[in-house]
Design a protein around this ligand. Structure first.
Ligand SMILES: [Zn+2]
Ligand SMILES: [Zn+2]
Length: 298
C-alpha cells in the first residue's frame, strides 16, 4: 500500500474510536476533580479546549507516524546489525504465573523503551527554545487537569512518535503478531495512567511516587514556581528521573500552582494553539536572517 492509501484508511478507521477513546475515559477523572479538586476546580471550557487541541493533534501527527514505520521497514534490510529479537510467548509458558507475567511484560517492556526515549526528548524540549515553543502549549494550562494529558502541539507529537517508532524498530524486532497486542496493552495502560496523573485530584500516594508517576509527582513538573522547573520529566516510570538526577519527590502538602504565568498565557483558540508556535519559531529565526542579510550587504 502507498503512503496516501495507508493515511486515508487510518483516518477513516480512527474516526469514531479516537473520539470515544479520548473522551469517555476522562469522565470518572472529571467527576473526581470536581469533587476533590486541588485549589479551584477545573472549568468545563478548559476541558473542551484541551479535547479539541488533542483531537486535532492526533490527526495532524498521523502522517509522520506512518512515514516512520514505512521508512523503518525500507531501511531494515540494509542494517549492519540484526535487531534484537523479542518474544513474549516463552514468558507465558512459565507454570502458574506465566499468563500474568506475559501480560506484565507486554505492558512494561514497551513502556520502559518508550519512557527512556520520552525522558530525553522531553528534557531536550525544555532546553532548546525552538522545541520549547511547541511543548509550552502543554504547560500553558493554568489549571492542569485530566484532559491536559493530550494537550500537545501536533509537531511535538509528530517528532516524538516519529523517532520512537523509527529508532525502536531499528533496534528491536518484535514478533508481528505480538507487536500489535503489546503496543495496544502498553498504550492503554499509559493513556489511563497519564489521564490519572494529570488530574487535579487532591490525592497523595507516597508509596507509589517512586514506582509510577502520580498526580502529585507530575504536578511538580507543571508548577509555575521556577523552584520546581526541570524536574520529573518521565511519562510513566520515575526511575529515569531518579537515575538521571531530576526527581523531586513531593512533600506531604506539596500541590503547587500550575501553568506558565506571565511567560506565556494559554492560547484562546485552536488556531493560536496549533499555528502560534510555528509563528513563534519563525520569529526566532527571523532576526538572525536579517542580521546575516545586513552583514552580507556590508
Ligand atoms: Zn514538560
Ligand atoms: Zn503533563
Amino acid at each position: 500500500m502507498t503512503f496516501i492509501q495507508i493515511l486515508l484508511s487510518s483516518l477513516k478507521g480512527m474516526f469514531p474510536e479516537v473520539l470515544i477513546l479520548s473522551v469517555a475515559p476522562l469522565i470518572p477523572f472529571i467527576v473526581a476533580e470536581q469533587i476533590w479538586p486541588v485549589g479551584k476546580a477545573p472549568r468545563f471550557r478548559g476541558y473542551g479546549m484541551n479535547i479539541v487541541i488533542s483531537l486535532s493533534t492526533v490527526y495532524l501527527s498521523l502522517p509522520l507516524g506512518i512515514a516512520a514505520a514505512l521508512w523503518n521497514g525500507q531501511l531494515r534490510p540494509f542494517l549492519p546489525w540484526k535487531p534484537l529479537s523479542l518474544t513474549f510467548h516463552s514468558i507465558g509458558a512459565v507454570p502458574f504465573v506465566g499468563p500474568g507475567l506475559e501480560l506484565l511484560a507486554m505492558i512494561f517492556v514497551p513502556l520502559v523503551l518508550h519512557d527512556l526515549w520520552f525522558y530525553w526528548s522531553h528534557r531536550i524540549e525544555h532546553r532548546v527554545p525552538a522545541l520549547w515553543a511547541f511543548h509550552r502549549i502543554h504547560h500553558s494550562d493554568e489549571r492542569i487537569n485530566t484532559s491536559t494529558w493530550a494537550r500537545d502541539h501536533f509537531l511535538q507529537n509528530s517528532w516524538r512518535s516519529f523517532f520512537s517508532i523509527f529508532t525502536l524498530g531499528l533496534l528491536v524486532d518484535l514478533d508481528l503478531s505480538e507487536a500489535g497486542k503489546a503496543a495496544l496493552y502498553s498504550q492503554m495502560f499509559l493513556m489511563a495512567l497519564s489521564m490519572f496523573y494529570h488530574s487535579a485530584i487532591r490525592i497523595r500516594l507516597s508509596w507509589l511516587d517512586r514506582v509510577l508517576v502520580t498526580p502529585q509527582v507530575h504536578r511538580i513538573h507543571h508548577a509555575v514556581d521556577p523552584v520546581y522547573h526541570n524536574r520529573n520529566f518521565a511519562d510513566a516510570l520515575p526511575i529515569f528521573d531518579i537515575l538521571f538526577g531530576t526527581f523531586h519527590r513531593p512533600g506531604r502538602e506539596e500541590f503547587p500552582a500550575t501553568g506558565l504565568g506571565q511567560e506565556f498565557p494559554p492560547p484562546r483558540s485552536l488556531w493560536s494553539a496549533q499555528f502560534g508556535p510555528l509563528i513563534a519559531v519563525w520569529r526566532m529565526l527571523l532576526p538572525r536572517r536579517r542580521t546575516r542579510h545586513v552583514e552580507l550587504r556590508q
